[in-house]
Design a protein around this ligand. Structure first.
Ligand code: SF4
Ligand code: SF4
Length: 80
């Protein structure tokens, strides 16, 4: 099980993270505009599709806006 944090304020809405996620957990929030004037990426709150902590989304983000945490023996480890 993993968890990601997206820093929305710097997002340019390029969708790279959206397209990279094998669990289809990330979407562009068209109801929000960030300080740069873009619709930013958000994480779906879907209990049926848990994040696996693969870090693909973080690796493709050109602006390094995504942090990935993976649960490991009760502790959370940062991967990006
Ligand atoms: S870490 Fe993997 S499963 Fe989790 S949101 Fe990112 S791409 Fe999707
Ligand atoms: S890859 Fe980065 S900049 Fe592009 S939509 Fe995702 S969070 Fe935003």
């Amino acid at each position: 099980m993993g968890k990601i944090v997206i820093h929305h304020e710097g997002c340019k809405g390029c969708r790279y993270c959206v397209d990279s996620c094998p669990r289809e957990l990330i979407y562009i929030n068209t109801e929000q505009i960030n300080i740069l004037g873009y619709n930013p990426a958000h994480v779906k709150d879907d209990p049926e599709k848990a994040c696996v902590g693969c870090s693909l989304c973080a690796e493709v983000c050109p602006d390094v806006l995504i942090e990935v945490y993976r649960e490991k023996k009760g502790a959370k480890k940062e991967h990006a």
